[in-house]
Design a protein around this ligand. Structure first.
Ligand code: ADP
Ligand code: MG
Length: 639
């Protein structure tokens, strides 16, 4: 290949400008990123070699990542004997084609201009470009394992373009050479390199080596000085998950989390244990403190890093966790699996199933403890991942009992930001309350002001608010807690009165229904197409009206969700309840008795119905007509 010059894609160029000119803090992390890439490259060649021995060649393998500092040239080279890249791969991975990470990283920087620091660059899959924070020219010479293609040299100054040409390199692997900027030459110093490697890359499972030259005095007085150069390993290499927890410091855990979790925030909780018995493995799991943006994206990469007997197998082993625990990051290392496991085999391997069971049990236990011991941390967790835990309530029958204990809900009596658990709710139920009441709504504000709450407020009964879209599904599964039924207060009759009160209310309702009969019939007739029934309400105290679903019928929230999912929703008619104690009712009745044919009555019936729709957060059928009615009413009010 003759020398070719290419331009970077616009986003890559933008990214490079930012990296070179705007990121000031922690420039040293460029080394972590390059070592991490080298380590990934060795992982990959080992993994591919499991099924293609030829990739490794004849020579005995000695995996390593070598750092070479050249004081005279002012360069730092990071070399690996990993997978290498073909011309095409160089171009795709670090050249013209901007990946989605580039754009996301740019957006993140734009959002947090002030706090923008280099540290989290690796999270977006653009770690390689961190090189340009310290170098004014970067050279990559790389040869792909198992390819007949010649090696390739990629050179760029990070200012718009790069060149590619053939290079001489016989051995598989990659050398990345940084021509350090004048003010960055400190990174050539041996003690600096040692410090950075120890701080950020100690856990890397391959030796990170460097030639160290020492000068020693001769043994006898007058002997010449002797200079020796020896390759030294700078990192401890001990896979952090293989250590016992007491051997690992909090900083080490955190640093490793940033590596496996591709996250720049500290984790909320570390779960580190060794399992023995039916499944033998080591697990180091992290609960992040922040949900990733892709938590609900169907194509997001998920899963734990899986190692078998210390060999890296893959970094997105989904089979290890049920999808509702997809927020966990970390590593599982098992010696019970064969090395040549494929993805398909992993899905239904018995060993994997055993590991998975053990992981789920352990994580749920840790979450229960978190809730018990540090409720404020649990709340942080729940705010970020509560929705996926709810998926679990719906999916995982086996662990349903444990999962439901983790649920938290806002309620009609809880303070803002202090949701209650089902247990809290039951513990503080007043005497005489038989069921657990809840209301599903589109938002907390909607729920708080719902007319359905009125009678329960009167009784001092707490109502749980189900305001997450998924709560409707939770409600279908969660029908009972501690022997008490969960009851939607916008569906069917609610049984909150004592027998005495009930008898009294029924008596009153009977005579009121008789009185209001002509009015009820008239409204019913006019709204027949929309409404199943019109009746007087016992659940309202202040509002004039509300809509209620049948005991088995679909409520407003469920209807909205089904529609949002493009499901055909059969037309469901609900019940319009009117409050006989509202001052409007006798006036309406008087109007009916005066002139039942008056058009004002049908206008008012429409207004009542639309009002009920609006207060529960539903859309009204004919907003233009509603607008006209309201204007007309206002005109009348103003004379
Ligand atoms: P990430 O490592 O998150 O994918 P980087 O910007 O660090 O993002 O690297 C981009 C890509 O370049 C890598 O995914 C890999 O394909 C390729 N790459 C970088 N360094 C090496 C290396 N030393 N050996 C082989 N491929 C590499
Ligand atoms: Mg990387």
């Amino acid at each position: 290949m003759s020398k070719k010059s290419r331009k970077f894609k616009t986003d890559v160029q933008q990214l490079l400008d930012l990296v070179t000119h705007s990121l000031y803090s922690k420039k040293e992390i460029f080394l972590r990123e390059l070592i991490s890439n080298a380590s990934d490259a060795i992982d990959r060649v080992q993994f591919e070699a499991l099924t293609n021995k030829k990739l490794l060649g004849k020579k005995e393998q000695e995996w390593k990542i070598k750092i070479t500092a050249d004081k005279n040239a002012g360069t730092l080279t990071i070399s690996d004997n990993g997978i290498g890249m073909t011309v095409e791969e160089v171009e795709t991975n670090i050249g013209t084609i901007a990946n989605s990470g580039t754009r996301r990283f740019l957006e993140e920087l734009q959002k947090n201009k002030k706090t923008a620091n280099a540290e989290f660059i690796g999270q977006f899959g653009v770690g390689f470009y961190a090189s340009f924070m310290v170098a004014d020219k970067v050279t990559v010479v790389t040869k792909r394992a198992g390819s007949d293609e010649s090696a390739v040299r990629w050179v760029s100054a990070g200012t718009g373009s790069y060149t590619m040409e053939d290079a001489d390199k016989e051995e598989r692997g990659t050398d990345v050479t940084l021509h350090l900027r004048d003010d960055m030459k400190t990174f050539i110093a041996e003690h600096e390199i040692r410090r950075i490697v120890r701080e950020y890359s100690d856990y890397i499972s391959y030796p990170v080596v460097m030639d160290i030259t020492r000068t020693a005095k001769g043994e006898n007085e007058g002997d010449e000085e002797v200079t020796t150069t020896e390759e030294e390993t700078l990192n401890s290499m001990k896979a952090i998950w293989k250590k016992t927890p007491s051997e690992v410091s909090e900083e080490e855990y955190t640093e490793f989390y940033k590596h496996v979790g591709h996250d720049y925030t500290d984790p909320l909780k570390v779960i580190h244990y060794r399992a023995e018995g039916t499944a033998e493995f080591q697990a180091l799991l992290y609960i992040p403190s922040q949900a990733p943006t892709d938590l609900f994206w169907p194509d997001a990469k998920r899963g734990l890093h899986l190692y078998v007997k210390n060999v890296f197998i893959n970094d997105d082993c989904e089979a290890l966790l049920p999808s509702y625990l997809r927020f966990l990051k970390g590593v599982v290392d098992s010696s019970d699996l064969p090395l040549n496991v494929s993805r398909e085999v992993l899905q239904d391997d018995v060993v994997i199933r055993r590991i998975r069971k053990s992981l789920v049990t352990r994580v749920l236990k840790e979450l229960a403890e978190l809730k018990e011991r540090t409720p404020e941390n649990f709340l942080t967790f729940y705010e970020q991942f509560g929705t996926v835990i709810k998926e679990g309530v719906h999916q995982d029958f086996e662990n349903y009992d444990k999962l439901k204990e983790l649920l938290l809900f806002a309620s009609s009596t809880s303070e803002e930001g202090k949701p209650v658990s089902l247990k809290d709710y039951v513990d503080r139920m007043p005497e005489g309350q038989k069921e657990i009441y809840y209301l599903t709504a589109v938002s907390l504000a909607q729920a708080t002001h719902s007319p359905h709450l009125e009678a329960l407020k009167d009784k001092d009964y707490e109502v749980l608010f189900f305001v997450d879209a998924i709560d409707e599904w939770v409600a279908q599964r969660l029908t009972e807690y501690d022997g008490k039924k969960l009851k939607a207060i916008d569906r069917g009759d609610i049984d909150i009165h004592s027998d005495e009160e009930k008898a009294e209310k029924e008596e009153a309702l009977k005579s009121e229904s008789e009185t209001y009969k002509p009015m009820i019939e008239l409204i019913q007739k006019h709204l027949d197409a929309e409404i199943k029934e019109v009746k007087l309400s016992t659940r309202l105290t202040d509002s004039a009206c509300c809509l209620v679903a049948d005991e088995m019928g679909m409520n407003a929230n469920m209807e909205r969700i089904m529609k949002a999912m493009n499901q055909d929703v059969p037309p469901v008619k609900r019940i319009l309840e009117l409050n006989p104690n509202h001052p409007l009712m006798p006036k309406l009745l008087a109007e009916v008795e005066k002139d039942a044919a008056s058009s004002i009555l049908t206008d008012y019936a429409d207004l009542l119905y639309n009002q009920a729709l609006l207060t529960e957060g539903s859309a009204i059928k004919d907003p233009a007509h509603f607008g006209q009615l309201v204007s007309k009413l206002m005109m009348e009010g103003l004379g």
